[in-house]
Design a protein around this ligand. Structure first.
Ligand code: AMP
Ligand code: MG
Length: 487
């Protein structure tokens, strides 16, 4: 383990792309920045010892005061469709890529978010508030703990600098870590500039999808193979979101990772009481990004990516052909996840209906997503505690009867089934009210709640004594919590 951030092996291959892809510039330093928190397991990905957190050089880099030694600091340009409408040029309006670290675990880009204005800031101030930064910081760890692909968060730096949103808040910078932050919107940006589009495509393919470049294959075949891979990754990602009750909130094409990672955490939410059409983003008045819309939105976004790739001279039909794999990829992943969550040996005929009725049951009673799934493992053995999650127990009991009939066909020992289910149904998810409590404490400089939450969320399938409140449905005060695009 490296004992100083200076020992990292750093370069920035993104900076070798044509100059039009980015602007080299320094972050705008915060006033008296403080390291509020850092994550040892993310540091470990980079090969860094947690001892570096106490080193002033670590704060210097993570606050944007000093460049990452060996890196090239830049803001990248991209475009995108926002809420279904072409928004034209966007870009890193408040993010700075610092460089790329080669570690035994792979190659990782370090990027600051909230680090000041760039040529792509438009009307924005280049800042991020503490509230949204704590949420991203915790959510990245929660997703990783659930085994869902995500960008990571290494450090959370705060300052008393004021940031003006609906009220005056304070500034924070999150150091994000991912193999790449390239988005669907990065491709859309160059859809009418074949040379740059090709440069971007080759860069992504060489680094992340080399297996798509079989010896001697024509460019067209490589493009189709890469698109096919991104279709698969995106479909599996959204299947993972659906089956933990996660709503992204802003599935604009500029927030869709070309690597199939959950990225750009904003007004996301893990559902408490289940509603199929739950909209976590208060600003999404049309409900475009409702829970039940996420799979079709992902498919629509892949269409936008495919359209951009037409700029490489491919026929629309050939590209469209790859998109047709989306549904099968999604269903396979979705059923696979539900199979484990329901404790079945394998997916059988009739299971789709049983699960549809399960969603209907949860929806009509607004029953708690996480508690109902987790409790289901024990329900056939002890039904009372599970039935207590429902307002109309009789309806829940009827569904349970059908479920137990289905289980009996598997002829599986309870213990084996329960173990499988407990490994697939988390006890702890980052409920809004838990994040809110951690934010309020953090605003007072108290990181105890962040520590507790990270501890639970990193191993969310293991139930801990004494932490019942963290597994429970939200208390009454939390019912009025709202999250919006404001961040
Ligand atoms: P989002 O949908 O939050 O991922 O952001 C959409 C676009 O707005 C991206 O180009 C962001 O970089 C930019 N943006 C969001 N908030 C700010 C801000 N406070 N200052 C500058 N740019 C921002
Ligand atoms: Mg974004």
């Amino acid at each position: 383990m490296l004992e100083t951030i200076h020992a990292l092996k750093v370069q920035n291959s993104f900076a070798e792309l044509p100059a039009a892809f980015y602007t080299r510039l320094s972050p705008q330093p915060l006033t008296e920045p403080r390291l509020l928190h850092a994550q040892r397991d993310v540091a470990a990905l980079l090969g860094l010892s947690p001892n570096v957190f106490a080193d002033p050089a670590f704060l210097d880099v993570c606050s944007g005061s000093v460049p990452l030694p060996g890196g090239t600091t830049l803001a990248a340009v991209y475009s995108g469709h926002q809420f279904g409408i072409w928004a034209g040029q966007l870009g890193d309006g408040r993010a700075h890529l610092l460089g790329e670290v080669s570690a035994p675990s792979g190659s990782w880009e370090l990027q600051l978010k909230g680090s000041g204005r760039t040529p792509y800031s438009r009307m924005g101030d280049g800042r991020a508030v503490l509230r949204s930064s704590v949420r991203e910081y915790l959510a990245s760890a929660a997703m990783a703990g659930l085994g869902i692909p995500t960008t990571h968060a290494l450090a959370l730096v705060v300052s008393d600098d004021p940031v003006y949103r609906e009220t005056v808040e304070t500034a924070a910078v999150v150091t994000r870590v991912a193999p790449s932050f390239i988005r669907f919107g990065s491709f859309e940006h160059w859809s009418r500039s074949p040379e740059n589009l090709r440069a971007l495509f080759n860069y992504v393919t060489d680094r992340f999808y080399p297996e798509c470049r079989a010896a001697g294959s024509a460019e067209e075949e490589v493009v189709l193979a890469v698109l096919r891979t991104v279709v698969g990754r995106t479909a599996r990602l959204v299947a993972d979101w659906q089956t933990v009750g996660f709503c992204h909130g802003v599935m604009n094409t500029d927030n869709m990772s070309i690597l199939g990672l959950t990225m750009d955490y904003g007004p996301f939410g893990f559902m408490d009481g289940f509603q199929v059409n739950h909209v976590c983003n208060h600003s999404d008045t049309q409900g475009r990004y409702a829970w039940n819309a996420q799979p079709s939105v992902a498919h629509w976004n892949l269409y936008r990516l495919a359209s951009a790739l037409m700029g490489l001279g491919l026929e629309a039909d050939a590209l469209k052909g790859q998109l047709e794999h989306f549904e099968a990829e999604f269903l396979q992943a979705y059923r696979g996840n539900l199979c484990r969550k329901m404790g079945f040996r394998q997916w059988e005929e009739g299971d789709d209906e049983l699960v549809d009725d399960w969603w209907r049951l949860l929806h009509t009673q607004a029953a708690d997503f996480t508690l109902c799934f987790r409790g289901l493992a024990q329900a056939p053995v002890r039904r009372e505690p599970w039935l207590a999650y429902f307002k109309e127990r009789a309806t829940a009991d009827m569904w349970l009867g059908r479920y137990m009939e289905r289980l009996s066909r598997d002829q599986r020992p309870d213990q084996e089934r329960i173990e499988q289910m407990n490994g697939a149904n988390p006890v702890y998810v980052l409920r809004n009210h838990l994040a809110q409590t951690a934010i309020e404490a953090a605003a007072q400089g108290d990181t105890g709640e962040i520590d507790t939450l990270l501890d639970l969320l990193r191993n969310p399938f293991i139930e801990r004594q004494g932490y019942e409140a963290y597994a429970a449905a939200p208390p009454d005060w939390a019912c009025s919590l709202e999250v919006s695009c404001s961040s």
